[in-house]
Design a protein. Structure first.
Length: 391
């Protein structure tokens, strides 16, 4: 009797365990579906939160100088917007210079593509001649090959005019002169509209997050009682510190790379060094694909504008050396001291968030994972997960 009761109890525990695992799997699936379905809103909110974390120290400095918090927030946001405006204006001037040289750029690109195509064709013809099996003399039954000159001079038979019978329908061919670039832009108008719409909310979200920061923070902590409130406060502080360290560190590294790229590109006469150096410096920071992305702007510029092959080689060397220096010297010193994530977790997070949120997921993957690690480090029941995520 005892054995039967104990077996029934074990079966009940096993059923409860299976039920619990099933519910966990279903909940995870629902969360992933919500992340994918609501990605425009979530990405916009996360970008606004990260920007608010970045600007919070500046607002705190002004509030310590007796500025009202709404006024301090307005001043900091205005300075940030003006900084972005003048930076964009400088880049626009560079782009205008490229637009003025557009005809020459098109000619050089056309010449480059034609040269590359002819070289590939020559290589293919040479390979075909080497691999082709020569026919022995007389193998074709004694017939001789026709003379190419005679074949070329042979007149074609006149084509008889087409006579339409009564009631016949003539086929009319319509030439399709649509522009594929215009078709692509038209097809992506919905995505562009969605991006502009969501981006327009970011300044307002940042302003209200900063100006109402104390009220939001205290109201959020009231959801928790006793020791849980202290744990939540530490977790929020850890997330803000982690996000600020990561974003500020990457921004500083990008500024350093952009400045060094600008100086070295100007030294070796790369066209439009400010624009190309800025793009190359910040693109180099994209995880895992930063090196090829950082190479694209300078190599495209020097090849398109017909620069010397020596400039191409020097630009390639500059990008490689700066990227290796940033990843092995700047990144560990500036970012690695704050964000402790092992390479396996970083790779998986990039894959997961890139699949869920596309390009925005690649940019936000590491800050999100670092924030999750900060929460796990401050919650007693999740510290084992924090150690797993850490380096």
């Amino acid at each position: 009797m005892r054995i039967s009761l104990r077996s029934n109890k074990d079966e009940g525990n096993a059923a409860n365990g299976v039920h619990s695992y099933a519910l966990s799997i279903i909940a995870a699936g629902v969360v992933i579906a919500l992340l994918y379905w609501a990605r425009p809103v979530l990405v916009t909110a996360l970008v606004a939160v990260i920007i608010a974390f970045l600007l919070e120290p500046l607002v705190s400095i002004l509030t310590r100088w007796r500025f009202p918090r709404p006024l301090a927030t307005f001043i900091v946001c205005l300075v940030a917007v003006l900084t972005l405006y003048f930076t964009g204006l400088a880049l626009w001037n560079q782009l205008s210079g490229i637009a003025r040289d557009a005809p020459q750029l098109q000619k050089n690109l056309t010449r480059l593509l034609e040269g590359t195509t002819s070289k590939i064709q020559n290589i293919g013809d040479s390979a075909a001649q080497i691999l082709a099996t020569p026919k022995p003399v007389g193998a074709s039954g004694g017939t001789t090959a026709p003379d190419p000159a005679a074949k070329q001079n042979r007149k074609k038979a006149p084509v008889p005019p087409t006579v339409l019978l009564p009631g016949a329908i003539q086929e009319v061919r319509i030439h399709d002169d649509r522009n594929p670039v215009a078709d692509y832009v038209v097809a992506r108008l919905g995505t562009v509209y969605e991006f502009i719409l969501m981006a327009s909310f970011i300044p307002f979200l940042v302003y209200f997050m900063l100006s109402w920061r104390d009220h939001i923070y205290k109201s959020f902590l009231r959801f928790f009682e006793g020791p849980d409130r202290l744990i939540v406060a530490r977790s929020v502080s850890g997330v803000s510190t982690m996000a600020r360290a990561f974003v500020v560190g990457n921004f500083l590294i990008g500024i350093i790379l952009a400045a060094l790229s600008y100086a070295l590109f100007a030294l070796v006469h790369v066209p439009f060094p400010f624009l190309i150096g800025s793009l190359s410096g910040f693109l180099s920071l994209v995880p895992y694909i930063g090196l090829p992305l950082g190479m694209m702007p300078p190599l495209f510029a020097v090849l398109a504008l017909g620069s010397d092959s020596t400039v191409v080689f020097l630009a390639f060397i500059i990008v490689v050396m700066l990227h290796l220096t940033a990843m092995n010297v700047f990144y560990p010193k500036i970012v690695g001291a704050r964000v402790h994530l092992n390479p396996l977790v970083v790779t998986f997070s990039l894959m997961f968030w890139g699949f869920i949120w596309d390009a925005a997921g690649l940019v936000l993957a590491i800050p999100i994972t670092a924030g999750i690690k900060a929460i796990c480090d401050n919650v007693a029941g999740l510290k084992s997960f924090g150690r797993f995520l850490g380096d």
